[in-house]
Design a binder for this molecule. Structure first.
Ligand code: PGA
Length: 245
């Protein structure tokens, strides 16, 4: 399996920031891992045009192909401009837009039908962790948001504890090991032995300084990176740590 270093720019970046993608492409002309940037929707088409070996993805999609959904973008439209990934169910979508597992399931299925690779995000809040509910929460999110169309090729699962996103806090290595082992066992139970090849990413405050120890965890096949993906000088060391893992 090729590991995946994925950057989520969230609502950051204007045309001038495409130079960051150009820089990453220039410093990693033949990467030994997959590299992905998910810029805001306004930058997807121009990013595809100059991204070289870097894949480009979207941060969300609608469950329908087309129609009266003001402000939304369909998986088909994302694919049409040359992007090949979409993030679904990010905790900021779940929080800011009240997205449910059922909606995330339908968006992900639409992504699969359109030929996109979906990165489905799951993760517990701090209250849920403190009350010992983490694995229960992850189990429910996996059952509710991963559609039966998922394969090891078209689906990536990102474990992102909500309390670790943008906070500088990360779970202990034991906690990451426990959750990733649980996610692997759960997808294997449902999808069989092919799920050994389904990529599982860790996300939440990944930086150059903590990447190597996170990537040493057996069922961690890469990272979904927010803040540290905005600048090539911050994302580069994370990519290198994954290449060396
Ligand atoms: P962060 O965000 O790396 O800034 O913590 C991760 C994410 O939300 O995907």
């Amino acid at each position: 399996m090729r590991k995946l270093a994925a950057g989520n720019w969230k609502m950051n970046g204007v045309l001038a920031d495409l130079t960051e993608i150009a820089n990453i492409a220039q410093t990693h002309p033949e990467p030994s891992v997959d590299i992905l940037i998910c810029p805001p929707a306004t930058l997807i088409a121009p990013a595809v045009a100059m991204s070289g070996p870097i894949a480009i993805g979207a941060q969300d999609c609608h469950a329908a192909d087309q129609g009266a959904h003001t402000g939304d973008i369909s998986a088909k439209q994302i694919c049409d401009v040359g992007a090949c990934y979409v993030i679904t169910g990010h905790s900021e979508r779940r929080q800011d837009h009240g997205e449910t597992d059922a909606q995330i399931h339908d968006k992900t299925r639409a992504a699969h039908y359109a030929g996109l690779i979906a990165i489905i995000c799951i993760g517990e809040t701090l209250d849920e962790r403190n009350s010992g509910a983490t694995l229960d929460v992850l189990g429910k999110q996996l059952a509710g948001s991963v559609p039966s169309t998922a394969t090891a090729q078209n689906t990536v699962i990102a474990y992102e504890p909500v309390w670790a996103i943008g906070t500088g806090l990360i779970p202990t290595i034991d906690q990451i090991t426990e959750t990733h082992d649980f996610i692997r066992a759960t997808v294997q139970q449902r999808f069989g032995s092919q799920a050994i090849e389904m990529r599982l990413l860790y996300g939440g405050s990944v930086k150059g300084s903590n990447a190597a120890e996170i990537f040493a965890v057996p069922n961690v096949d890469g990272a979904l990176v927010g803040g540290a993906s905005l600048k090539a000088q911050d994302f580069g060391p994370i990519i290198r740590a994954l290449e060396n893992a």
